[in-house]
Design a protein around this ligand. Sequence first.
Ligand SMILES: Nc1ncnc2c1ncn2[C@@H]1O[C@H](COP(=O)(O)OP(=O)(O)OP(=O)(O)O)[C@@H](O)[C@H]1O
Ligand SMILES: [Mg+2]
Length: 423
Amino acid sequence: MPSKILFVDDEPSFEKLIRRQFRKQIRAKEFEFIFASNGVEALEILQGDRRHIDLTITDINMPQMSGLTLLEKVHDLDPNIKTVVLSAYSDMKNIRTAMNQGAFDFLTKPIDFQDLEITINRALEQVKQIRQNEEQLRDAQTQLIQNEKMSALGELVAGVAHEINNPVGFIASNIEIAEDYIKNLIEVVKFYQQNFPDPGAAILAKLEEVDLQYIINDMPEVIDSMREGTDRICTLSNSLRTFSRSDTRAKIAFNIHEGIDSTLLILKHRLKGNEKRPPIEIKKEYSNLSPVVCYPGQLNQVFMNLIANAIEALDEASEGRNWEEILENPNIITIRTYAREDNERVVISISDNGPGMSEAVMEQIFEYLYTTKPVGTGTGLGLYISHQIVVETHGGNLYCVSEPHRGAEFIIEIPMERSQPLV
Ligand SMILES: Nc1ncnc2c1ncn2[C@@H]1O[C@H](COP(=O)(O)OP(=O)(O)OP(=O)(O)O)[C@@H](O)[C@H]1O
Ligand SMILES: [Mg+2]
């Protein structure tokens, strides 16, 4: 990307002169010059394209808006844009004012182009440094938010899972014992029946009252359903623990499907039907994948962000549809996994049949803090963080295919690391 330099001077011949003088840098795409003939015009360009102008070079004496006023406004707009002022040597007073107002440097007219080039390079170097620092700061901030969010959630989830595990353990092991006791009791009763076939009217009446035969027949089913209940709680608590794995130090081999399933479990309450729409249907098309060497906790976070976005998109789409319309054309999230033909990458595709996105939105979705959701709903961090995790941490790819009214598909590609031993 060339550095963008805005040159402001009411003398039209300057444009040609500058273009000639810096033709090499322009051709090599190091510099791009934009010309304005007064402060008002310059300000319009800056407001429209603020994030991309790196340096302003401005004359001081110009009609409509002087260089000094422009300098002030540029500073208000973005203090990171450097401004170099140009003026006649005799105009020292204005030059001093400009320097006091925060100009980066000044040059005197007639312009010494060699000096100009040095000044431009020096200013751009500083701008680059500032931008880099800003980026680093932003990354550090995101990392902090991400860690904070994840560790709070992870700790809570892991804590709950742990607390559930013990009592479920008592129940599960006591069911076995209870089953054994009950079997013994039933045997004893049967033994009595065989040895005392005529127990007398009172006992017969009692047997009738409690419906002994029914109890004996039904008991195995009662025990089985208790066992199934505890099995389900165990699966849940294992899933919670899988989800909250925070292995950040080293990559480990991880079953991607377990990660997705545990994420779905955590999002279960948001998938359920509510007063506005029936439940969201989840279609899973998992292929037979070997474990992937990755940071499981972080990948789960990506699944979480993408599935949550799909739910939010479907919720939004459901607002404008009535119950019958939704039932006819139900909300579906499809999760597919497969390995690329060359077996070098695994692909996880998460798609929804929600409202989709325009091209203009799609261009920005991975940007820091970009959100189309109301204040308090979205922070615009989900996809930014997910992109970082997939692309930077895992050397993979994350992209989106979508069209308005055609739903959205998010595709995660993670390279297979076969060289590491599978744990
Ligand atoms: N499945 C989708 N369908 C339609 N638009 C989507 C979908 N996923 C993301 N988007 C668009 O991308 C934007 C950015 O998503 P991102 O997850 O980064 O932020 P967010 O969901 O708005 O907020 P956060 O995730 O931080 O709570 C969303 O505001 C939305 O406009
Ligand atoms: Mg989101």
